[in-house]
Design a protein around this ligand. Structure first.
Ligand SMILES: [Mn+2]
Length: 325
């Protein structure tokens, strides 16, 4: 913590980024930290390796995030003293921005699969979200919360705890929420923005998901949705953000492990299946995702299987059934 505060104090130019396919925790953590670090004549810029989903446009400052999908363009940019990665479990998730690793790299994250890729790492898997780690960092930096930074961090906290419903919701999360609320967050407004930002396309995908929802025949505590490329095309194509579609199978009575499989194409044109996995403690899905080179948290993880949907299902489902035993 002290080394990171010193590195920030010494930096005249700071770039911040989050992970590819960014979520509310990553974006909000980055924006809050950027707002607090913009002092004096320090230059602070926010990046995302892929476009910021429209549903997160309400986050203060989101419109100023630069999308860094183009590695050539990034190479031409002036280097920064410090690159701070927020909510990013490994350097691969930085996308093209990994090429900007010229200054020192700071890694702020809470994923248990984080491989400490930074020169300086503040990684706490016990923290419910990266926003809580940023809140701690701001305190260490002596930067008081403002209504803007508190609103951002609150949005990250609400998102990553599933509105204070996931297993990561603990006393520390509530204490942090109380400090943020006291700093001027309009709690109902943030919740409304997070829950009321779907469009017709998102709902069409939910309808497709409901149509494909199945409980496992041999293991009733397992349920999930498998969407083929054709299913996704019929619903209007992939969304900017799959959001919490995996929560649909999870909402079935008695389900302790839920999955969402979505078939797409990899960079080489071959079929790939992206998997989102959720479980109730003590069932662990993190190790299953890790077997396919994925990661995340113990009870919320993801991976990509290089196969078509039928093959991916045949490989994954026995492991999910085993995880429940
Ligand atoms: Mn997070």
């Amino acid at each position: 913590m002290r080394a990171i505060c010193q590195a920030i104090a010494a930096a005249a130019t700071i770039d911040l980024t989050t992970h590819i396919n960014p979520d509310a925790d990553g974006i909000a953590s980055m924006l809050a930290l950027a707002a607090a670090l913009r002092t004096g004549d320090r230059r602070v810029r926010c990046w995302s390796p892929s476009p910021v989903p429209a549903r997160y446009a309400f986050l203060p400052g989101a419109s100023a995030i630069a999308v860094a999908a183009d590695a050539d363009r990034i190479h031409r940019l002036p280097p920064c003293d410090l690159l701070i990665a927020c909510d990013c479990a490994d350097a691969g998730r930085l996308g093209a921005l990994a090429a900007r690793r010229r200054g020192r790299l700071v890694n702020l994250d809470h994923h248990s699969s984080n491989d400490r890729f930074g020169d300086l790492n503040l990684v706490d898997p016990r923290s419910a979200c990266t926003a809580m780690i940023v809140e701690r960092l701001l305190r260490a930096l002596g930067r008081p919360l403002t209504p803007v930074t508190a609103t951002l961090l609150y949005a990250g906290l609400v998102y990553d705890t599933g509105r204070f419903q996931h297993a990561n919701t603990d006393a520390a999360a509530f204490r942090c929420a109380a400090r943020l609320a006291a700093a001027g967050v309009e709690v109902a407004w943030v919740n409304r923005q997070l829950s009321g930002s779907l469009d017709e396309h998102d709902l069409a995908l939910q309808a497709a998901g409901l149509a494909r929802l199945v409980r496992d025949r041999t293991e009733p505590r397992l349920a999930g949705i498998a969407l083929s490329a054709a299913d996704i095309a019929a619903a209007g194509g992939p969304p900017e953000d799959w959001g919490d579609l995996v929560e649909l199978p999870r909402s079935l009575r008695g389900v302790a492990l839920a999955y969402l499989l979505r078939e797409g194409r990899g960079p080489d044109g071959r079929p790939v299946v992206r998997c989102s996995l959720r479980s109730d403690p003590p069932v662990a899905v993190g190790p299953v995702a890790a077997q396919f080179g994925g990661g995340g948290h113990v009870q919320a993880a993801g991976c990509t299987i290089m196969a078509d949907l039928a093959t991916a299902r045949r490989r994954l489902l026995p492991l999910l059934r085993a995880a429940l035993r």
